[in-house]
Design a protein around this ligand. Structure first.
Ligand SMILES: [Zn+2]
Length: 421
């Protein structure tokens, strides 16, 4: 056993909603797990190595519950013309490898990918697990499901009717996905539909969920408008993605079902802020129409105690795999009235719960994997410091070392987010 004792650390404690100073954490590098966390320097165990963190701040690695690793955010449109499809399997695979590396070096140690061209995430996951590519650990969904001509149908499995849904979901599970992603409503980035359109029927949605649950897997619904959100909650989806329009009835239903929301606020914010003249007007207009309602809905749900799991929709325009997860956390604080601790929980323990891996991820605790970040400043005082360069550890090994020169650049970038909507 090779053990390292990280001493003189301020470690984030989920139960107390704060960083606790002068703590230590012992990591076993063979298993990649934390074996002890406590006050002071420990006297219980002799370790092979001691690392003094000089009072720096330790939180669990960022988890992002809504990504698309096969999409490159700068690749969608040029001068208002769509360039996204058709991409080859080779191009999408290269995007995925690049995005995986970006994510890890920016502190994202676990992702839930919810829609990948050609089921590429299933293969990428195997390569990541073998150590052949650098990146976050992945929960995969393969290709998402839409109705024929429905949301994102250029890259989904198109299925209509209960029998096709059942067959399709069973096939996806056979292909090895960990989660089923279903486009229950229309969306922003496809012309000729709106977030309020309901696409799958309640019975089709229920069929997908029950097939996933029969195999012990989770199911995620792309659901934006109010009626579509309620249909998806009633169908039993574990997570509602985006959720633009939440009313009191939807909140009551979510409480009954134990539903988790994945907001993807930065997807909307990035198009709003940077998309003019690049993203087509028909898409940007839908963002302008919905962004305030969306942010207010997330604030309302968070206040009502619905668990929020951080997801960015990484891969959409101007919304990539670098500091966008940190921006998303900042948006929760600045635009959805969450506390910095709630934003940290959204990006850690709540994602772990959404992925059903909270026994081993999402907290700095004995028995959990040693996926963690070491930061210079306290995110409880200023959530934007999560976007600064930091040391990143995965399975107890440092996979990215902080470069101090980058810090000024990161600070400048962060400032943009505070703009009014
Ligand atoms: Zn998405």
């Amino acid at each position: 056993m090779t053990t390292t004792n990280y001493v003189n650390a301020a470690i984030y404690n989920h139960d107390q909603q704060k960083f606790i100073f002068n703590q230590h954490m012992i990591v076993d590098e063979n298993t990649g797990k934390i074996i002890e966390v406590g006050n002071g320097r420990t006297t219980r165990q002799v370790c092979d190595d001691v690392v003094d963190l000089n009072g720096r701040f330790v939180m669990p690695g960022i988890m992002n519950a809504h990504t698309h690793i096969t999409d490159m955010p700068t690749y969608w449109w040029h001068n208002g013309e769509e360039k996204r499809h058709p991409d080859s399997r080779e191009v999408c695979t290269m995007f995925a490898i690049r995005n995986m590396q970006d994510a890890l070096s920016h502190g994202i140690t676990y992702i839930r990918n919810v829609g990948a061209e050609f089921d590429i995430d299933v293969e990428i996951k195997k390569m990541q697990e073998k150590g052949w590519i650098k990146g976050p650990k992945i929960m995969t969904s393969g290709r998402a499901f839409s109705i024929t001509g429905g949301h994102d149908s250029e890259s989904t499995y198109e299925v209509d009717g209960i029998d096709e849904v059942r067959k399709g979901v069973r096939q996806a599970l056979k292909n090895g996905v960990d989660n089923i992603k279903m486009m229950v409503t229309g969306g922003v980035l496809k012309n000729g539909e709106t977030p309020d359109d309901i696409q799958f029927t309640l019975e089709e949605a229920r069929t997908a969920v029950s097939e996933a649950h029969h195999k012990g897997k989770t199911a995620a619904a792309h659901a934006q408008g109010n009626a579509g959100i309620k249909e998806a909650v009633a169908a039993g989806f574990d997570t509602i993605e985006h959720a633009f329009d939440i009313d009191d009835e939807a909140i009551t239903m979510m409480k009954e079902h134990g539903t988790i929301i994945v907001p993807t606020m930065n997807a909307m914010f990035a198009i709003y802020k940077y998309g003019r003249g690049v993203v087509p007007d028909w898409a940007r207009e839908k963002v302008i129409l919905n962004i305030k309602k969306h942010f207010m809905s997330i604030a309302k749900a968070a206040k009502a105690g619905i668990p929020i799991a951080m997801g960015t929709d990484a891969g959409t325009p101007f919304n990539g795999f670098q500091n966008e997860s940190a921006y998303e956390m900042q948006l929760y604080v600045e635009k959805a009235a969450m506390t910095p601790a709630q934003a940290i929980d959204a990006a850690t323990i709540n994602c772990a719960k959404a992925m059903h891996i909270d026994q081993e991820y999402g907290q700095i605790a004995a028995g959990n994997y040693a996926d963690f970040l070491v930061m210079n400043e306290n995110p409880i005082d200023d959530i934007s410091v999560v976007g600064h360069d930091k040391d990143v550890y995965q399975n107890g090994k440092r996979v990215h070392a902080q470069e101090v020169v980058n810090e000024l650049k990161a600070t400048q970038k962060i400032k943009k987010i505070s703009a009014a909507i």
